[in-house]
Design a protein around this ligand. Structure first.
Ligand SMILES: Nc1ncnc2c1ncn2[C@@H]1O[C@H](COP(=O)(O)OP(=O)(O)OP(=O)(O)O)[C@@H](O)[C@H]1O
Ligand SMILES: [Mg+2]
Length: 455
C-alpha cells in the first residue's frame, strides 16, 4: 500500500500569531498544540515539501509544523554568534560548507537556552545545496533522539542557507579516531561510541516511516564531552520503503568505502545498506584504519577488502586490531565485535543483522573491561550460528528482490560526496577509476569465492 502524499500547503499552519521564538523555555517550544498537530500528521518527507510548481518559501517553512520546532535566525544574528564567521571559530569544513563555533542565549531568542552551538553555512560555490539543507531541516526538525544531533534552528535569507546545531565538544569520530598526536581511544570508549551510533541508526530504521541514513561514516558521527555518539548530516537521508515496497531505487550517492556493494551495483537502497556502512565504521573502530586509504595498494585501498581475509583467519587477527590499543582490550569482546562487523559486512544484504540486533550485540559488549590480553583466538561464525544469535527483526529489514520506485530515472550512476581537504579530514572524492576497480573486484573470481562463503 502506498501512503498518500501530503502537499506541503496542507501542513502549513499558523502558530496563532505566536512567534517561534516565544517566551517558552526551549524544551517547551513544541507546545501542546504543535504536538497534537504532529501526532495527527505523518512525518513529512522531502517530497511532501517539494512542489516544483509552487516552491516552498522561507515564510512557508517557518510557518510549517517543522519550522515551528526550530528557531529562525537572521544572518546578522549568526554573524554575531560566530564573531563574523571568523577563521578562529571554524570547527571544520565538509561538502556542505564551513562549520563555526558560536554561543547563543535567550537575549538573542526568548526561550533559547544559553549554550554553545555549531553553525554550518552553505558554501554558495559548493557541491551541495538547497536540497541537502532542506533534507537536514525536514529530518532533524522532526526526529528527536539522544543519538541524533539536535538541530536548534536555521537561517534562510536570500541565497544564504545556514543550520544551527547543538555543539558537540569532541567533534567528529573521524578526528578522534585518526588524530595523529593524541592518545588512542580506549577499547571501552570505542564500544560506547559504536553502541551510541548503532542506537541512532536503529531509531531511524524503526520509525513508522523508516529513514535510510545513506551517509553513515566516521565524520558524520559527532561526540559529546562524554563520548556520547550522535548522528549528524541528513543531507542524503531518504525515506525508506513503505507498505509492501521493499526497497527504493536511487541515484547512488554516499561516500566511497562505506557504500554497500548491492547499492553501488544496482542502486537498490534498503536499511541494510546502512547496516553495511555501520560494519565499515565498526571495522574502523576496531582497526584504527580509514575506510579508504590511498597508500594501500590496489583493491586493498578499501579497508573492507584489506580486512576481510584477516577477519576470516584467526591467526591473522592480531594484525587486524588497532596496534595503538597495545593489547588493552578484552579478548572475548574483540572476538564478538569482529564477528559482528563481519556479519554487517556480508556481501549480500540478507545475512546482515538489523540495527536493533546490532544494538543488542553491542550492549552485551559494554561490560568487557580494557585489559591486556595479548594474542587471542577468534572464530568466524557461520551463518547458522549467527541466525541463532540474532533474532530476526522488523519487516522493513527483510529484503525481497522487488522494485518499488524509481528516483530520477537514473540508475547505476554513482555520486560520491565531495569533501574539502582539511588537515585532519579524510579525502573522499568522485573517482570513476576507483569505482570501476571496485565494481571489477566485485565481479572478480575472488569476489565470487567470498560471496559463496558468505551464504
Ligand atoms: N554540531 C557540531 N559540533 C561540533 N563540531 C561539528 C558539529 N558539526 C560539524 N562539526 C565539525 O565540522 C566538521 C565538518 O562537518 P560536516 O558535517 O560539514 O562535514 P563532514 O562530515 O566532514 O563531510 P561531509 O560533507 O562528507 O559530510 C566535522 O568533521 C566536525 O569536526
Ligand atoms: Mg558530515
Amino acid at each position: 500500500m502506498t501512503m498518500k502524499k501530503i502537499a506541503w500547503k496542507s501542513v502549513i499552519f499558523t502558530c496563532s500569531n505566536k512567534s517561534k521564538s516565544s517566551s517558552l523555555p526551549e524544551s517547551d517550544i513544541i507546545d501542546k498544540q504543535v504536538v497534537k498537530q504532529l501526532a495527527s500528521f505523518q512525518r513529512l518527507s522531502l517530497s511532501d515539501l517539494s512542489n516544483p510548481s509552487s516552491p516552498l518559501s522561507a515564510d512557508d517553512l517557518s510557518n510549517s509544523v517543522i519550522g515551528s520546532k526550530l528557531h529562525v535566525f537572521t544572518l546578522a544574528e549568526l554573524r554575531i554568534v560566530t564573531a563574523n564567521f571568523s577563521r578562529s571559530n571554524m570547527l571544520g569544513e565538509g561538502g556542505f560548507g564551513p562549520v563555526y563555533k558560536g554561543f547563543v542565549d535567550d537575549k538573542m531568542k526568548p526561550g533559547l537556552k544559553a549554550q554553545p552551538v555549531a553553525v554550518k553555512a552553505l558554501d554558495l560555490d559548493g557541491l551541495q545545496g538547497h536540497k541537502e539543507w532542506m533534507a537536514e531541516i525536514i529530518f532533524l526538525g522532526q526526529l528527536r533522539h539522544p543519538h541524533l544531533v539536535k538541530l536548534i534552528g536555521y537561517c534562510w535569507e536570500d541565497e544564504h542557507r545556514l543550520l544551527v546545531y547543538e555543539y558537540m565538544a569532541r567533534g567528529s569520530l573521524e578526528n578522534q579516531l585518526f588524530k595523529r598526536y593524541s592518545a588512542a581511544l580506549p577499547w571501552s570508549t570505542r564500544m560506547k561510541i559504536a553502541l551510541g551510533a548503532a542506537k541512532g541508526l536503529a531509531f531511524l530504521h524503526e520509525e513508522d516511516k523508516p529513514v535510510i541514513y545513506r551517509d553513515f561514516k566516521t565524520s558524520n558521527i559527532l561526540l559529546d564531552a562524554d563520548y556520547t555518539a550522535k548522528l549528524s548530516d541528513f543531507g542524503l537521508a531518504k525515506d525508506g520503503p513503505e507498505g509492501e515496497e521493499t526497497h527504493v531505487i536511487t541515484r547512488v550517492m554516499g561516500t566511497q568505502g562505506y557504500a554497500a556493494p548491492e547499492y553501488v551495483m544496482t542502486g537498490h537502497l534498503t536499511t541494510m545498506s546502512d547496516v553495511y556502512s555501520f560494519g565499515v565504521v565498526l571495522l574502523e573502530l576496531l582497526t584504527g584504519k580509514r575506510a579508504m586509504d590511498n597508500t594501500r595498494s590496489g583493491r586493498e585501498q578499501s579497508l573492507v577488502e584489506w580486512a576481510r581475509p584477516l577477519m576470516k583467519d584467526p591467526r591473522k587477527l592480531e594484525r587486524l586490531i588497532d596496534p595503538r590499543l597495545e593489547g588493552q582490550f578484552s579478548s572475548t569482546g574483540a572476538q564478538k565485535a569482529v564477528a559482528l562487523a563481519y556479519k554487517c559486512l556480508s556481501h549480500h544484504p540478507k545475512p546482515r543483522p538489523s540495527m536493533s540486533e546490532v544494538v543488542k550485540a553491542l550492549e552485551s559488549l559494554q561490560d568487557f573491561q580494557d585489559s591486556f590480553v595479548g594474542p587471542f583466538v577468534y572464530v568466524v561464525p557461520n551463518e547458522n550460528d549467527s541466525k541463532e544469535n540474532f533474532a530476526k527483526g522488523k519487516e522493513v529489514t527483510r529484503i525481497k528482490e522487488k522494485d518499488s520506485s524509481e528516483e530520477n530515472g537514473q540508475r547505476n550512476h554513482v555520486s560520491w560526496r565531495h569533501r574539502v581537504k582539511l588537515p585532519m579530514s579524510m579525502i573522499t572524492y568522485s573517482d570513476s577509476g576507483l569505482y570501476k576497480k571496485f565494481v571489477h573486484s566485485l565481479n572478480s573470481p575472488n569476489h565470487h569465492k567470498e560471496k559463496g562463503r558468505d551464504k
